[in-house]
Unconditional design. Structure first.
Length: 324
């Protein structure tokens, strides 16, 4: 009986990456490394598979990814010697707990480029607020659409003059991204949904709908609204829900996320929030309207006075009176 591969679907992801141009090799190398270092003892077969897979990626990823993997494996006692040599690390010596690594040259940090605002960013300052009815319509249309239709909707949203939701503060978003990645790593969908809803100010019903959608486009919008780095989003799609994480799903989400604009994601966020207001209004408006109608129908009609103005009163009878 053959042992299942160390990372199922690896060959399929690599083939799609080469054919379609979406480079997920850095994410794959990081994931392989994280999986391997979780266990202190490996069988010969597991070590061989790890060497085969990582050897195909080490020379094909960017310097930042290689340096991160190098630092991770440098302090791991069971790193295979072949990988140590490929990473420029010295094999473990007797009496040392970890391999001795050569100094990693610091790569100069790229200076942030200041770009002029684009047309989409200018439109973000528009005063055309989204009404709750419009938000509910966009929300319903988006969730009912197919994958291709959703991509078209997100593309068109970037060109609309609707006001997008405000960006999540950078510090809060960074904390949320870290918590979301940890929850996805262990497959904790409940805590992932709660953290996402609290950060994006969404009710639990909408947050659960975003996370549980099998297409993945709502989750991509939520991640883009948080400015989640693309490698982190790829790891989230790999581990959050194993039922969805097929080769094609991971590839499709990576490609969608690379094209998804921040403005489209923030408009969808505004639509999710606005649709909640529309649902709340719809819940209470009919009751109030019927109450008004009931009050109008149940009010007694005005009775005409017995004696009309200008008509003499009828003479009184009985014991009262003077008898005249």
């Amino acid at each position: 009986m053959t042992k299942p591969p160390f990372f199922p679907g690896f060959d399929g992801l690599m083939t799609l990456s080469r054919r379609e141009g979406v480079d997920i090799r850095p994410t794959l190398l990081r994931v392989l490394t994280d999986l391997y270092v979780q266990t202190h003892v490996h069988s010969d077969d597991e070590a061989r598979q790890f060497v085969e897979l990582t050897s195909r990626l080490i020379d094909e990823v960017d310097d930042t990814t290689r340096a991160a993997v190098r630092a991770r494996l440098a302090i791991y006692p069971a790193t295979p010697p072949e990988i140590l040599r490929r990473l420029g690390l010295k094999p473990q010596h007797a009496g040392l707990r970890v391999p001795v690594a050569d100094e990693i040259p610091a790569s100069p940090a790229a200076a942030p480029t200041v770009r002029p605002p684009t047309d989409a960013q200018v439109r973000m300052a528009s005063n055309l607020s989204m009404r709750p009815g419009d938000a509910a319509e966009i929300n319903d249309m988006f969730f009912a659409a197919s994958a291709g239709e959703r991509s078209l909707i997100l593309h068109n949203l970037a060109e609309t003059p609707l006001r997008a939701a405000a960006r999540i503060p950078a510090a809060r978003a960074a904390r949320a991204v870290e918590a979301l990645e940890m929850a996805a790593w262990v497959g904790d969908i409940e805590n992932f949904t709660q953290e996402l809803g609290e950060t994006l100010i969404l009710p639990s019903r909408i947050a659960a709908q975003v996370v549980g959608d099998p297409g993945g486009e709502p989750l991509a919008c939520a991640a883009r609204a948080l400015d989640m780095p693309a490698p982190v989003f790829q790891r989230v799609t790999l581990f959050l829900n194993p039922e969805f994480a097929s080769v094609n799903y991971v590839y499709r989400m990576s490609r969608l996320y690379a094209r998804l604009s921040e403005r489209s994601a923030l408009i969808m966020l505004a639509a999710w929030r606005g649709s909640t207001m529309a649902a709340t209004r719809a819940k209470y408006r009919p009751a109030l309207y019927d109450d008004e109608r009931q009050r109008a129908r149940s009010a007694p009609g005005q009775t005409r006075p017995a004696v009309q103005p200008g008509v003499a009163a009828a003479p009184r009878t009985g014991t009262q009176g003077s008898g005249r």
